[in-house]
Design a protein around this ligand. Sequence first.
Ligand code: ATP
Ligand code: MG
Length: 556
Amino acid sequence: MSESEDTGKSLNFIEEIIETSIAEGNKRVHTRFPPEPNGYLHIGHAKSICLNFGMAAKYGGKCNLRFDDTNPVKEDVEYVDSIKEDIEWLGFKWDSEHYASDYFEQLYLWAEELIRKGKAYVDDQTQEQIRAGRGTVTAPGTESPWRNRSVEENLDLFRRMREGEFADGEKVLRAKIDMAHPNMLLRDPIMYRIVHTSHHRTGDKWCIYPMYDYAHGQSDSIEKITHSICTLEFDVHRPLYDWFINELNIFPSHQYEFARLNLTHTVMSKRKLLQLVTEGHVMGWDDPRMPTICGLRRRGYTPESIRAFADKVGVAKRDNIIDLGLLEFCVREDLNKRAERRMAVLDPVKVVITNYPEGKVEELSCVNNPEDETCGRRAVPFSREIYIERDDFMENPPKKYFRLSPGGEVRLRYSYLIKCNEVIKDETGKIVELRCTYDDMSLGGGSSDGRRVKGVIHWVSAPHAIEAEVRLFDRLFTIEDTAAMDPDKSFIDYMNPDSLKVTTAFVEPALGEAALGDKFQFERIGYFCVDRDSTDAKKVFNRTVTLKDSWAKAQK
Ligand code: ATP
Ligand code: MG
């Protein structure tokens, strides 16, 4: 692997290709991101976006946004808008915006040109006949009885296809290549099919639509794309990509393939994501458990963390599966720097500090972010009654338990040392209150007699606390590799029934001012953000990620 001169970092293989062609004198780099507007973008697309826009930026080139809108049945403007929003949010700006549908006329003219060259013909066979005629990997295909129509007849039929004379499926236009070609995609691939459906941009102007293989390379060529980067499964399509460009003798764009991003514990195909949404298994495309960009955004991910993830994943030539933990690591690292700290108690138990004066309130000055002084400080009220986390207390603690227990002492974060003297339970045996005393010489560190206490726990003042809904998200699927599911089962069967837990928490009063999208570290718990379901009466917080990787431990 060679190294980049300016950064010293190893080059990925796409960079190597680009630098080789630059060295050969082809200095222009022009990429494109070509989503089909039939769903919302997911983290896999983010990888492709970072790569395409990243290469253009690195080599002083351009990157287009092109909607690959050749299938009117599944596409919609809703998706076009969301795709643009997501790319911008990720921090990228396209040089120009295009639609494959803008090229329908040119593509049509080129199809006529291929007919005139004897390289394309109208086939009357049914879909099934065409499929059967393709042959198999080991057996050659058979030629269609319509393969040798005259140029005039082909032109006439193709024009009448465009005019709408035929019904869906009655005819197709096929490239005339080789029915015995070892690559089955070159056995007279279909170029056009008849679809009497309105298109979200061209309306009813067209009733014939180009296939992906016929539209994609030519669209690249029209835009003079130098590096058409796509995922690995398209490598078998490359000879066809090149065939059309050669036969038409147009700008020679080239296709390069990299491994698609797969993540553990999730699905990434748009068809499956759509099914999760339409069948109501999730709250929508932007459900914080979804691997969609809008889902990650709502979950509290930052664009920086997603870009860092794409960078860490790198560009592979072979398919692999990346641990979701890496994505979580990236957001944790980023939020650690930027998220202000707050205290929140998710599963509260009340503590009464019996020797603290009734009615007294101290405003403790707390650092907002130890990683960033410019974030300043805030006042956190302290009083006689507080809430602590239920699992920060144990009645019969094991050795080396440093949190609160009967007779034991613990430090309240930013505040005093308290010692538990009495445990009060209800008739079912559930602990409802802990009676404690505090050391009034221990505020913010130290103690009355110099004794040291190991444990530190968070808390909120009971009379000042605000009630909030907290949504705790977990993996959407229980198995790591969702591609390795039992084929007799539906992927739905593998959904994690505990992927969403909703709790009512008590949070410190400063969080009452939190606005939509604000991000915080709830001390000792994790990173959280304000959800759009929040109202003036009740805030809703999403857990973006825990502070540490608890999943890995639970699996052991
Ligand atoms: P899906 O299979 O999820 O429906 P797609 O490939 O059909 O995705 P497109 O809208 O055609 O989705 O993709 C736009 C671009 O994003 C393509 O260049 C495609 O190769 C790339 N892309 C899609 N999924 C991934 C992925 N998981 N990893 C990397 N790139 C991807
Ligand atoms: Mg696609």
